[in-house]
Design a protein. Structure first.
Lengths: 230, 620
């Protein structure tokens, strides 16, 4: 194999992989397109809706919509301010953001997914290019490191977002967490409107939830709404 | 015996009324219809009341075409200082035989006549059973204000009343326009009408049934007025609010509010007791009232919401949508270097004041500026009209004739459908030299920092005017199977391609691999030469190339030089095991020594043999 052959082969492999990846990404982004009559989510619309809910005294719906808006625009100070204001006025505790939240929540999960894709392409391109052009190996390694950082941030964000997939907001005025998933079961603890819970299981019309204090109990599913609709 | 008891009660009551009224000398009679417009299959209620000492017995009026059936009657006796007076009332159910307009004369010639219009068919009008309202204060029909026209239903409102509970109640919403912009606030009036004289209870505030709009600053206490609608007196409860659209598109606007109305019923009792208590007298006496919960809603109307145009948007546009004017002033107009002056910007008008914001002056040469503070003074109950004042402390740094630069405020005007920029004129100030140093000037007390954008009065940041990019799902790309599979495949492909390239590079840099590759290339070259010679029937070249191919193959296998592979070496190594190789070597030598004499050889068979030998040698 002569040097020109050695250069061409990985080059074409690289082009092919990037084209394939771009196609996959394009198809995924097309899936986010709002169809006619389907649901449509945007941070400003959710924020405005939450404002209206807050003014109407619907604490649970307001917090749900603020949280959803924050999911799409985590760096927006207006959303965070109003969310904290509603929480405080409802007597709900505001959990301070962890370092992991702060490190990964400067962009929306979709933006972080795109950055992760870019990191992956960068890493792959640099690895293949470094095989063909050893003279620029240092440059490629540096670029690959940047790609690794992007990919790591995306993976951390995915980890945080994965936890949010299980979260739900109590939208009923008040609901009882029962010790078993039957209507006549004894109440374990009470949940207030707007409280965030982690859903860990389902049984018929009941959901097994865990509150911020770590207590678990069964609540009627209609009393809570998932942060990220299934 | 069956009808004895009702007649006995009726007779007893009538006797009491007659006995009392006989004591009086003069009576006054009033007459009242519960509605003036009914369908042909409906009935109205006529109440005739006789009051005063000695009021005469009540008789139904005689109107051709109308039938008066007594429904209930009541009486009240008062004795004051020995003078007895009585008030008696009889309610008649009025039914018409034919549609038309009927005039009902009053027994008292001095009183006005009543008019009853009977329409063909049944209308949304009314029923003699449904009655509204005293959960909210009601006003007697006699004190109702002069007849007003039916609720205005102009092109710009959705105020068509949809009657509920047989005309007992309705809800309508009045708004000035149906085309809105995102972020625009429109004052709306939500009106609930309850027919006077009936009992109803409101169970909650009006609310929107769609999520495309928000009702902001809904007044909690409704205004109460009276209105005649189709000749019927209604108590109108009016809430004021501001309607805002949260996203562009065409949406149906519908408002609803829950009410409980009390409906009088004509229930039937079983058996003989039932016959007795089904008598209209007892129906009226015992009430026969049931509560009915309703959700009042207006006639849904389509509202078009437009996005704010992106072209021509000023750089300092903060999302204010409406119609505003701006003025500025400085006080005092004379000062000294280092003395703080107050710069005021007043923005007044109508619109979304939540988004009216101004950072005033930032850094201006010759002036030290502080952060501005804003205060909104509403001119109406919902804050649609008003004035927002911004104050900023500015400190002159240089003496002499100075100028406070102009201030700028931009907004989107829905009427002109354009962005407008207001510029206040510069203000000239005379500044005298100060005694103190400029840098030591203390910040004025009123220069409280204001975050941008300013929080709304209720503590919530105002609505956003931009609608952002909408997506169909909140589930992030990470967790969508297509994206996940695609990116995993990409990662695996990169890993595979990298590993393959690495392996290739390693081989390429391995001398043994390089040598083996060269040997292979040489063998292939000789085999190609051999095949060509076979085609040309050139025996000398054929066997020479065949020997060379075998020499290179065996040399690679025995780790020797191809030149060292001789017949003797082959004999010693193969120990006579392969006769074909010996024959090829022998023929090659023979042809070389004989000068390429022609021999009769089966090239096809020899070619196959050589290929087979090389293949076996490599395998071994």
């Amino acid at each position: 194999m002569n040097p020109s052959q050695r250069f061409n082969l990985p080059f074409f492999i690289l082009l092919g992989l990037i084209a394939f990846s771009t196609l996959v990404l394009g198809a995924s982004l097309a899936g986010l397109h709002v169809g006619s009559g389907g649901p449509a989510y945007s941070a400003p619309v959710l924020f405005n809706q939450a404002n209206a809910d807050a003014q109407a005294g619907k604490t649970g719906a307001a917090i749900l919509n603020y949280e959803r808006a924050r999911l799409l625009a985590p760096a927006d100070p207006d959303i965070t301010t109003n969310l904290n204001w509603v929480r405080e006025h409802a007597g709900l505790s505001t959990t301070p953001a962890t370092w992991l939240d702060r490190a990964t929540s400067w962009a929306s999960p979709n933006t972080m997914a795109l950055l992760g894709w870019m990191g992956l392409v960068l890493i792959g391109a640099c690895i293949l290019a470094a095989q063909s052009l050893p003279r620029f190996r240092t440059c490629f390694r540096l670029a690959a490191c940047a790609g690794i950082i992007l990919l790591a941030l995306a993976l951390l964000n995915a980890t945080v977002t994965w936890q949010k997939c299980r979260e739900a907001v109590v939208v009923a005025k008040e609901t009882s967490a029962l010790i078993s998933p039957v209507t006549k079961a004894e109440t374990s603890f009470k949940l207030r409107s707007g409280e965030m819970v982690a859903v860990t299981g389902h049984y018929n019309d009941f959901a097994l939830v865990q509150n911020s204090a770590g207590h678990t109990g069964w609540v009627v599913q209609s009393d809570i709404t998932s942060l990220i609709p299934q | 015996m069956k009808n004895t008891l009702p007649h006995l009660f009726r007779g007893l009551t009538a006797a009491v009324v007659l006995a009392v009224t006989a004591l009086g000398a003069r009576a006054s009679v009033t007459m009242q219809l519960d509605r003036s417009d009914i369908g042909a299959d409906e009935s109205a209620e006529l109440t005739i009341s006789a009051s005063g000492n000695g009021s005469s017995s009540i008789r139904p009026p005689s109107v051709p075409g109308l039938q008066f059936t007594p429904v209930s009657q009541s009486s009240q006796i008062e004795i004051i200082n020995g003078n007895a007076s009585s008030t008696s009332s009889v309610i008649y159910e009025v039914t018409a035989q034919n549609p038309g307009t009927y005039t009902i004369p009053s027994p008292d010639p001095a009183a006005a006549k009543l008019t009853l219009r009977v329409r063909s068919g049944s209308g949304a009008g009314s029923s003699s059973q449904a009655a509204v309202a005293s959960g909210v204060p009601s006003t007697p029909a006699t004190s109702v204000s002069p007849a007003l026209p039916a609720p205005a239903v102009s092109g710009a409102n959705s105020g068509t009343p949809v009657m509920a509970a047989n005309g007992a109640a309705f809800l309508r919403i009045q708004m000035p326009k149906r085309d809105l912009y995102v972020g625009e606030n429109v004052p709306v009036e939500i009106q609930v009408g309850l027919r006077s004289g009936m009992a109803a209870t409101l169970n909650g505030l009006p609310s929107l049934s769609a999520d495309a709009f928000t009702l902001n600053k809904l007044t909690t206490k409704p205004e109460q007025t009276q209105e005649l609608i189709n000749g019927e007196p209604y108590t109108i409860l009016t809430w004021h609010s501001m309607l805002a659209a949260v996203k562009p598109g065409e949406f149906t606007l519908s408002v609803q509010t829950p009410v409980t109305v009390q409906v009088r019923t004509k229930g039937r009792m079983p058996g003989n007791m039932g016959d007795m208590f089904n008598d209209p007298f007892f129906q009226g006496f015992f009430g026969g009232v049931t509560q009915k919960e309703l959700s009042l809603s207006n006639e849904p109307s389509v509202v078009k919401v437009l996005p704010l145009p992106t072209s021509g948007q000023p750089a300092n546009f903060s999302g204010a949508v409406g119609n505003f004017t701006a003025t500025s002033e400085v006080s005092p107009l004379k000062g000294a270097v280092g003395d703080p002056l107050t710069l005021r910007l007043k923005i007044s008008g109508a619109g979304a004041f939540d988004r009216v914001d101004s950072s005033m002056l930032s850094s201006v040469d010759g002036w030290k500026t502080y952060r501005a503070s804003g205060k909104f003074v509403p001119a109406d109950s919902v804050g649609y009209r008003g004035e927002k004042d911004f104050e900023q402390a500015v400190v002159p740094q240089r003496p002499g004739h100075q100028t406070v630069p102009s201030l700028s405020f931009s907004f989107f005007n829905p009427e002109t459908q354009k962005y407008e920029v207001l510029e206040t004129p510069p203000i000239a100030i005379e500044i005298e030299p100060g005694s103190g140093t400029v840098t030591s000037t203390a910040a004025p007390a009123q220069s409280t920092p204001v975050a941008t954008p300013a929080p709304a009065t209720n503590g919530l940041r105002p609505d956003m005017t931009e609608t952002g990019v909408a997506i169909s799902t909140l589930r992030p790309l990470y967790f969508q199977p297509g994206f996940l599979i695609g990116q995993s495949a990409l990662a695996l492909s990169f890993i595979g391609a990298g590993a393959w390239l690495r392996r290739n590079n390693r081989q390429f840099n391995d001398p043994a691999w390089q040598k083996g590759r060269q040997e292979l290339q040489a063998v292939n070259s000789f085999l190609a030469q051999m095949d060509s010679a076979a085609t040309q029937q050139d025996a000398a070249t054929f066997f020479f190339a065949a020997r060379q191919a075998l020499q290179h193959t065996l040399a690679s296998k025995w780790k020797m030089s191809p030149g060292a592979i001789t017949l003797a070496e082959i004999d010693s190594r193969l120990n006579g095991a392969n006769e074909n190789i010996r024959q090829i070597f022998a023929l090659a030598d023979e042809l070389a020594y004989s000068g390429g004499a022609a021999i009769d050889a089966d090239f096809s068979a020899w070619k196959q043999t050589v290929h087979q030998l090389i293949k076996e040698t490599k395998t071994v």
